[in-house]
Ligand binder design. Structure first.
Ligand code: ZN
Length: 313
């Protein structure tokens, strides 16, 4: 930590449709923040850079930077293409080095990057719906489906990072949609993302009555995804966020389908009813406590961790 006054952290949430950049104080409160439409990489990243430059002139230089980005991404700091986007269907972005959004003065500062969903999982685990728990999964359901995993307090990396939105569901018999994923067709993202819902029903869920088949089908697919994540990674809480999850009516149905697909196999009190008949799944599959702020908060946490690691040598 710097001895010359208060700590500031630059935090950037890089999304496929928008970027949110902020200069934050030591507690993660944005001193200033901006929302930028995601266009081509050069123009978009230059706008982030210009914002950070101007914000640092007004509030003082940042001591570290954290980025929470859409993927796929190279997260291994030893790799030559660290912090680069890998092959992505998002036009023009494959191979982009996200560090080019940093102003000159920040290039040598402690830096950390993770996926938007891993960052959101980290923020929810530390300060949100997963507080007090070591292992939390964050599922976002929007233009795509992503799953972030924090296990024993650490975001999961390895070969790349988890991509559980591209696992496969058992398809419902009455679902004829081929699936929209350019890589797999009918993976979870291909069948249950926002664009898949619109392709199947001709509208988003918010334009459909709550007893429409669309809700049960959506809840079934997301219940299957929840069950698969529970079976594979054993999180202690599953947080569901993203645009599609603004439909709160999905939550009780997803819990019911999760229980169905687990088939009674996982014998944990967290998945059962308490002595008063209250369903503990109501506390297990939940919306984000940080609302839409978990990505940016996660980016801040990454930046602060990088600063602490640097100070510890
Ligand atoms: Zn896929």
């Amino acid at each position: 930590m710097s001895a010359d006054g208060p700590v500031r952290i630059a935090a950037i949430e890089a999304g496929g449709t928008k970027m949110i950049a902020a200069l934050c104080d030591a507690d993660g409160r944005p001193l200033e923040q901006v929302r930028i439409a995601t266009r081509d990489p050069q123009a978009t990243l230059a706008e982030v850079r210009d914002f950070l430059d101007a914000a640092q002139r007004r509030h003082g230089s940042a001591h570290a930077c954290g980025v929470a980005s859409f993927g796929p991404l190279t997260l291994d700091p030893r790799a030559a293409d660290f912090a680069h986007l890998r092959r992505t269907p998002k036009a023009g972005w494959s191979g982009t080095d996200l560090r080019t959004m940093l102003p000159e003065g920040l290039r040598g500062a402690p830096f950390a990057i993770d996926t938007d969903v891993n960052a959101a999982a980290l923020a929810e685990q530390r300060h949100g719906a997963g507080r007090g728990l070591a292992s939390v999964a964050y599922v976002t359901v929007g233009t795509g489906i992503g799953v972030g995993l924090v296990l024993d307090g650490r975001p999961v990396h390895g070969l790349l990072h988890p991509e559980a939105g591209h696992l496969w569901p058992r398809r419902a018999e009455d679902d004829a949609l081929p699936g929209l994923c350019p890589f797999h067709g009918d993976c979870f993202e291909g069948l249950a993302s926002g664009p898949a819902i619109e392709a199947r029903w001709g509208s988003a869920l918010d334009a459909l009555p709550p007893d429409h088949r669309a809700f049960d089908l959506q809840a079934d697919y997301l219940g299957q995804l929840a069950a698969q994540v529970i079976l594979l990674a054993a999180p202690e809480r599953l947080v569901f966020g993203g645009g599609v999850m603004a439909q709160q009516a999905l939550f009780p149905r997803i819990r019911a389908r999760t229980r169905h697909w687990l088939g009674g196999y996982i014998d944990s009190p967290m998945l059962s009813h308490d002595a008063h008949g209250r369903d503990r799944l109501d506390d297990f599959i939940v919306p984000p406590a940080l609302g839409t702020a978990s990505g940016l908060r996660g980016a801040f946490e990454l930046g602060r961790d990088a600063l602490r690691a640097d100070a510890a040598g």
